[in-house]
Design a protein around this ligand. Structure first.
Ligand code: NI
Length: 138
């Protein structure tokens, strides 16, 4: 018999700069599609990250995962990499990938997925602004 499955959440925060640009397009097309996010000298966002892990409650601990452990994992592998960075210039992940909220969420998911047991489900919610946020997997 399976134990109950519960979703647990850990919030994190990082600041980063980015610029949305498609190098195969003209300047005009980039400006038209990306607007202010295409300004050549970059701009910053205060990203709010919510890491969601879903799994069975361990009968010994009462936990799905230890949230302290999840927080340490997020700090070590995500925040250390992206906090106070220029995503386009300072990170390997976005050298050739447009650092949209969608792509940032996918990258963070792929980083953390490798550190979680396969029995656990992972979902990333990323707020670029208070009103704009994405979730992956959808
Ligand atoms: Ni932006």
């Amino acid at each position: 018999m399976n134990n109950p499955r519960v979703a647990v959440f850990r919030k994190a925060h990082f600041n980063a700069a980015h610029r949305l640009n498609n190098p195969t397009w003209s300047d005009e097309q980039n400006a038209h599609v990306f607007g202010k996010c295409n300004y050549p000298n970059y701009h910053g966002h205060n990203y709010e990250l919510i890491v969601q892990v879903t799994g069975e409650v361990n009968p010994d601990t009462g936990y799905v995962v230890d949230l302290k452990w999840l927080n340490d994992l997020t700090e070590r592998y995500v925040l250390e990499k992206f906090d106070h960075k220029n995503l386009n210039l300072d990170t390997e992940e976005f050298k050739n990938l447009n650092p949209s909220a969608e792509n940032i969420a996918i990258v963070i998911y792929n980083i953390l997925r490798g550190h979680l047991e396969s029995t656990l489900d992972l979902k990333i919610r990323l707020y670029e602004t208070e009103r704009n946020f994405v979730e992956y997997p959808a």
